[in-house]
Design a binder for this molecule. Structure first.
Ligand SMILES: C[S@@+](CC[C@H](N)C(=O)[O-])C[C@H]1O[C@@H](n2cnc3c(N)ncnc32)[C@H](O)[C@@H]1O
Length: 399
């Protein structure tokens, strides 16, 4: 049985579902078959996640983040060289009778999560060497399509106390779409790149494990949850693969990291958790979390979504005069703007991209960012002109 406990805002979302109606009902009236189901937004569903996810409307969530039991199989307590006990994960929720048992559980929850995913939703599953290979194979068996595996390298991993293995200093995230045919999944490529020194975001991430003020503790100073994930990790995931207002499902909510970060970043969450102590801690944590300013997380339009502008349009709009000399940033190459919007490099005529590539002897070049010109002693990139052109075009369309 599931109780839906409110853990944040009281928002509810209506989801339209057009599934087959009962056999006795005539199929004549399409509207009668349209069932409207309330999505339990910003709530923690108490109980087993498989049952909870099965009760969610089909195709209703935009992103899943799952931090399932790792099946660590710890034999006996783990001690440091000074014989003090290591605070390792030895909780019942992480214990399975066998690999087969773990695989069965993994298949159940992944199937239930997949059903709840919209066609273009994606899923991140985090795990360690104990479970992630099993999870990866099952993801593929169930029809998910793996997009990346991401290594979260820990800045401050726990040492290997026995000195019998390498320090286990990373965890792996698998990012997958619902199926191979899902092509319109959310990936905020441009925003991630802009925040990464204008370089593509890579699949190796570096964050400290959750420590300090962020770590939830009980009155006795003990960790509330043994595997609380750092908020920075969740923020990276949500900023990469969701948009404001999206619904993020976390089947293994634990201390509520996903909920806290979703609230901060203007996303909705649905959490599943069966331990009442963790649920209480997560509720208090989320209630104490405030959203950050909307402008700080709104998704900028991706370059591909922006209107295409031909270089010739800038010439036609008299934003750059024919005969203007263009240079690269270091002034190693030079080409001339032609009246038809092409560039001339000696006798060769071509697009800003083709001439940029040719000048450098490269197979390709983004001419917009490569070429610059001098204007009243200032060097201006033609991409800035393109930006101005877009602004003017938007104003004209609005007028
Ligand atoms: C690895 S922890 C998740 C920690 C979480 N990401 C965080 O940052 O706090 C896994 C959680 O899943 C819960 N859990 C395990 N099996 C479950 C199930 N079948 N249904 C619901 N919750 C479950 C456990 O109680 C535990 O809190």
């Amino acid at each position: 049985m599931f109780r839906a406990g409110s853990a944040g805002s009281k928002v509810q979302k209506l989801v339209s579902r057009t599934g087959p109606g009962p056999a006795s009902r005539p199929e004549t009236d399409g509207k009668a078959r349209l069932a409207q189901i309330v999505l339990p937004l910003d709530k923690i569903l108490t109980g087993d996640c498989v049952e909870a996810m099965r009760a969610l409307p089909e195709a209703s969530v935009d992103l899943v983040f799952a931090d399932p039991p790792y099946n660590l199989q710890l034999e006996g307590g783990l001690t440091r060289p000074d014989q003090s006990q290591v605070d390792a994960v030895d909780d019942d929720w992480d214990k399975f009778a066998s690999f087969a048992d773990y695989d069965r559980f993994t298949r159940y929850w992944l199937t239930a999560a997949r059903r709840a995913m919209k066609p273009d939703a994606t899923i991140f599953v985090i795990g360690s060497y104990h479970n992630i290979f099993r999870v990866g194979a099952i993801l593929q068996d169930l029809g998910f399509w793996i997009l990346n595996d991401i290594v979260w390298r820990k800045a401050n991993p726990m040492p290997n106390f026995r000195g019998r293995r390498f320090t286990n200093a990373h965890e792996t995230l698998i990012w997958a779409s619902k199926s191979a045919s899902a092509k319109n999944y959310t990936f905020n490529y441009e925003a991630l790149k802009a925040g990464n020194e204008d370089r593509q975001m890579r699949s190796d991430w570096f964050f400290p494990i959750c420590t300090g003020a962020e770590r939830l503790k009980d009155e006795a100073g003990r960790k509330t949850h043994p595997t609380q994930k750092p908020e920075a990790l969740l923020a990276r995931i949500l900023m990469a693969a969701s948009r404001p207002g999206d619904v993020v499902l976390d089947p293994f909510f634990g201390s509520g990291t996903t909920g806290a970060v979703a609230k901060k970043l203007g996303r909705h969450f649905i959490g599943c958790e069966r331990d009442p102590i963790y649920i209480e801690a997560a509720r208090a944590r989320i209630a104490a979390t405030g959203p950050i300013h909307g402008g700080a997380f709104s998704t900028p339009p991706g370059k591909r979504q922006e209107t295409r502008v031909a270089f010739a349009s800038l010439v036609e709009a008299a934003m750059i005069a024919p005969g203007t000399l263009l240079f690269d940033e270091k002034r190693r190459h030079q080409a001339m703007v032609r009246a038809d919007g092409a560039l001339a490099l000696g006798d060769i005529v071509g697009s800003i991209h083709k001439i940029g590539a040719l000048a450098q002897g490269l197979p390709a070049c983004n001419g917009w960012t490569f070429w610059h010109f001098d204007c009243e002693g200032e060097r201006i990139c033609i991409d800035d002109l393109r930006g101005q052109y877009r602004e003017i075009a938007k104003t004209c369309q609005g007028a």
